[in-house]
Design a protein around this ligand. Structure first.
Ligand SMILES: Nc1ncnc2c1ncn2[C@@H]1O[C@H](COP(=O)(O)OP(=O)(O)OP(=O)(O)O)[C@@H](O)[C@H]1O
Length: 262
């Protein structure tokens, strides 16, 4: 489904490339976590996949294939058609997607109609159906709510529902749980894991929390200073990390119930 082939990414304002030789292959429905400290380049990787690098940022080497096609050759129009339908993104807090002073319903309807030519009524029904598919109770009431009437966790779940509306093949999640308390984090993590079972969606989760990363992932990539220092199947990385950096990260995870939580 996704094949990121040894990309180098540079920002024109920096002398050195920000990412070098990043490689990732994902099959449909796979969950991949990218973990690393602040500034290691995690966000730059997922912005590259979505064609949303800030100005001055560019993939200078390698290629990104999605369903066999090079995304780097895509026109702006093709990117627009792809985003939200084939590849979606959710953010640290849904604030980036949801306007705090408009009802959820009008925003959700507008989002759907930006991608699909249907009436407001049909879009409303589609949104309610999606919220309920995502196991959010009382979709109609959520549609009638302002974001400030919902908890942070609920807003994030609505953000995930919106991103999943068109059942994308790939969901990119940038620190999706770090703005939430621990109990709500667990709910969001479970919800993202269910996407694979419910929709066959592949997920890339970017996080600085190796516990969350390892819990969710089939595949784990550890980044440091723009380079991948460990990558592979979760079990291999947990039991046989190659880099000192990953070994230290794993050693810092507290043991829970006699087992390592990760
Ligand atoms: N718009 C930009 N212009 C120039 N350099 C940038 C820009 N955005 C990011 N960078 C550089 O890329 C490096 C990696 O940033 P990035 O946001 O990808 O890291 P990250 O691992 O996601 O960090 P965080 O966890 O803090 O979000 C930064 O140290 C910064 O130097």
């Amino acid at each position: 489904m996704l094949d990121v082939q040894d990309i180098t990414v540079a920002y024109s304002s920096n002398a050195e490339p920000t990412i070098e030789g990043f490689h990732l292959e994902m099959k449909p429905g796979e969950i991949c976590s990218i973990v690393g400290e602040s500034g290691s380049g995690k966000t730059t990787v997922i912005r590259s996949i979505l064609g949303l690098l800030p100005s001055g940022g560019k993939v200078t080497k390698g290629d990104i294939l999605f369903e066999g096609e090079s995304l780097l050759q895509y026109s702006k129009k093709q990117w627009r058609e792809l985003r939200g339908t084939q590849i979606s993104m959710i953010f640290q807090d849904s604030g980036a997607m949801i306007n705090p002073i408009r009802k959820i319903g009008s925003q959700y309807v507008e989002y759907i109609r930006a991608h699909k030519n249907i009436s407001k009524k049909d879009a409303f029904d589609m949104a309610v159906e999606m919220l309920e598919k995502m196991r959010l109770p009382d979709g109609k009431r959520i549609m009638e709510s302002y974001p400030f009437e919902l908890s942070g966790g609920m807003c994030q779940r609505v953000g995930i529902a919106m991103a999943m509306t068109f059942q994308p093949k790939l969901l990119l999640a940038d620190e999706p749980t770090s703005a939430l308390d621990v109990t709500t984090q667990a709910q969001i993590v479970r919800q993202m894991m269910e996407l694979r079972d419910d929709f066959g969606t592949g997920v890339i989760v970017v996080t600085h929390n190796i516990g969350v990363a390892a819990y969710m992932a089939d595949k784990l990539l550890v980044m440091r200073q723009g380079k991948v220092v460990d990558s592979g199947q979760r079990e291999d990385i947990l039991h046989n990390p190659q880099s000192e950096y990953t070994k230290n990260l794993l050693a810092s995870v507290p043991a829970l119930k006699g087992e390592r939580y990760v």
